[in-house]
Design a protein around this ligand. Structure first.
Ligand SMILES: NC(=O)c1ccc[n+]([C@@H]2O[C@H](COP(=O)([O-])OP(=O)(O)OC[C@H]3O[C@@H](n4cnc5c(N)ncnc54)[C@H](O)[C@@H]3O)[C@@H](O)[C@H]2O)c1
Length: 347
């Protein structure tokens, strides 16, 4: 089958991470144009690619160069660019979060439908082999029902571009920008939420005008609970990226940096009244890398086979609605009612 011709729009940090892993899909994908408003950034990306694709500073001039687009722009520019690309007949893999407002997200979904083109959201973590296995184990209740799902992410993200610090261009704070991955994951793993609360602070990250550190607590329809702690202010770390599912028979833990999925259950030698010690079973290992190659392979599969992507814009909007409700409730000093925010629910 002919390679899909992809136009890269936005050549900042994320686009560089994408192309660093393109080798794995090189037989299926060719980058045929690179675009950045800063010509030198687009040129630098073109120089890294084997075919040195042409460079543009205005994406409108590049739209005839490909079949599909990988969009990696600042958040406030997502909606217009994605709609223009879809209207030009291109399929789009759009970086997260989908867009900064409900209206923009709905207009993007409508543009994809109108043009019968694929719009896939780049929630790359959903394509991570260890997270996919964790999802299977939770859905199949292999270790019983999950009653607590927790996610930690610790990063140090300084203000390298103005748009990252401002709630207007970023769309919110750390929760909206980075935590959207993990709200999406929690909904995917645990189902629809019913209520929740968010606390954020920009202490430790004064370059953020909304929060740079975020704590979220959710309750799901099943009665299970979810917790997410994310910070952009970590000057040291022990947990790194860690995902934990407490189930009726034990704990499934995904140590992201260690590349390990582990099951821990109570040691049979355990003496009641003493601190719990656990037996460890290694369930699966994987290399520690952002699964952007797997994500791109899925996008290509969807284009070639007319399949609906796993990370649809509709599901993505449900996750963003959860975040917007959490922010509204936080600002009003209330608990957030999170019922009825979805389309057909996240599968
Ligand atoms: N999936 C992930 O793990 C992950 C990680 C980081 C960033 N992201 C996402 O990637 C996207 C980009 O983030 P980033 O960190 O690379 O930002 P960045 O600021 O490093 O890069 C954005 C690029 O867009 C360019 N740009 C701005 N306006 C433009 C325009 N009108 N036309 C063409 N180019 C324009 C800028 O010059 C810059 O090079 C965001 O949606 C972000 O949330 C995803």
């Amino acid at each position: 089958m002919a390679k899909q011709r992809i136009i890269l729009i936005g050549c900042g940090i994320m686009a560089q991470q994408h192309i660093a892993r393109f080798e794995a899909v090189a037989d299926r994908v060719e980058i045929t144009a690179v675009v950045d408003v800063v010509r030198e950034r687009a040129q630098a990306v073109s120089d890294l690619l084997p075919n040195h694709p042409p460079v543009f500073t205005d994406y409108h001039d590049a739209l005839s160069c490909g079949d599909a687009v990988l969009q990696s722009l600042p958040h406030h520019l997502h909606a217009q660019c994605v709609i223009d690309c879809l209207d030009a007949g291109l399929h789009v893999l759009s970086e997260k979060p989908l867009a900064n407002t409900e209206e923009e997200c709905l207009a993007m979904i409508e543009a994809a439908k109108r043009n019968r083109r694929i719009l896939m959201v780049a929630y790359c973590m959903r394509y991570h082999p260890l997270l996919r296995e964790m999802h299977r184990l939770i859905k199949e209740e292999t270790f019983g029902k999950c009653f607590q799902f927790s996610i930690w992410t610790e990063q140090l993200t300084m203000l390298r571009s103005e748009w990252l610090g401002s709630r207007k261009t970023l769309g919110g704070g750390q929760l909206f920008s980075h935590g959207c991955h993990y709200i999406d994951l929690m909904l995917w793993m645990m189902g629809n939420p019913v209520r929740g609360a968010h606390f954020g602070t920009n202490l430790g990250t004064p370059w953020m005008d909304r929060e740079g550190t975020s704590n979220v607590c959710l309750q799901f329809e099943s009665g299970a609970l979810g917790y997410h702690f994310g910070t952009w202010g970590a000057r040291g770390t022990k947990m790194g990226y860690d995902f934990q599912a407490h189930c009726e028979q034990g704990l499934i833990q995904l140590d992201f940096y260690g590349g390990k999925l582990i099951f821990r259950c109570k040691d049979p030698e355990h003496i009641p009244g003493k601190p719990v010690t656990s037996q460890e079973t290694l369930l699966m290992e994987a290399i520690k890398a952002k699964p952007t190659a797997e994500e791109m392979a899925h996008f290509i599969d969807c284009i070639e086979n007319g399949r609906t992507p796993e990370t649809t814009p509709e599901e993505s909007l449900q996750g963003l609605r959860v975040i917007w409700r959490l922010y509204e409730a936080e600002d009003a000093g209330k608990l957030a009612d999170l019922r009825g925010l979805g389309f057909d629910g996240i599968k």
